[in-house]
Ligand binder design. Structure first.
Ligand SMILES: [Zn+2]
Length: 206
């Protein structure tokens, strides 16, 4: 259940639900368990401006237009999948690219989902450069399976207190104009900041 006023709050940032930490993968395998195939698909752009380096959400869906699309910044789909991470005993978000190759993460996780019995085994996931390795390991008797953590998370998702999309930062178009590197590209292409003002200009304090 969501509070009606929160749901329609004009200042979305203030009432925005919490989001998960991203599971960063490297050569040390992380032991995870898959408990859902429900994920979120987010259109993203990679931004590297010195001050900020990472993926941000494409603004086309939320604002009707996207400055990063309009300066031809590459658009990439990221799939956000919540998983249970054993070493932190928490739910973390895996960011999965839409790349389909034997060494990419998405197809390997799909195979594991199809094999099933995910409540009886962990997956050990590691990454070397852009090659991912997924191995299966049986859950030993009495081992922590994160049942309570998972149940708590599913409750949060159900009542809107946690958002998978929120894992990827959102920078409104007007904020993007404040980044000099992006602003210079926009100006060069004749794009004007005032054309990105939200259509129903809501005055915000501060
Ligand atoms: Zn975009």
């Amino acid at each position: 259940m969501v509070d009606f006023c929160d749901r329609f709050s004009l200042n979305a940032n203030e009432s925005s639900p919490t989001s998960l930490d991203v599971l960063k993968l490297n050569e040390q395998p992380r032991i995870i368990s898959l408990f859902t195939s429900e994920c979120s698909e987010v259109k993203t752009h990679f931004v590297d401006t010195g001050g900020f380096r990472g993926y941000v959400q494409c603004n086309a869906r939320t604002e009707g237009k996207c400055l990063l699309c309009n300066i031809s910044q590459k658009l990439e789909t990221r799939i956000v999948l919540p998983v249970y991470d054993v070493e932190t005993d928490s739910i973390m978000a895996m960011l999965i690219s839409s790349t389909v190759s034997p060494s990419s993460l998405g197809p390997q996780l799909r195979l594991e989902m199809e094999r099933g019995e995910l409540d009886k085994r962990y997956l050990m996931v590691s990454r070397r450069f852009d090659k991912y390795t997924v191995r299966s390991a049986p859950i030993s008797d009495g081992a922590e399976t994160g049942e309570a953590t998972i149940a708590g998370f599913l409750e949060q998702i159900k009542d809107g207190r946690n958002s998978l999309d929120g894992v990827i930062a959102r920078l409104p178009n007007l904020d993007l104009f404040d980044i000099p590197q992006i602003e210079r590209k926009a100006t060069a292409l004749g794009l004007r900041k005032q054309d990105y003002e939200p259509a129903s200009a809501v005055s915000t304090d501060g």
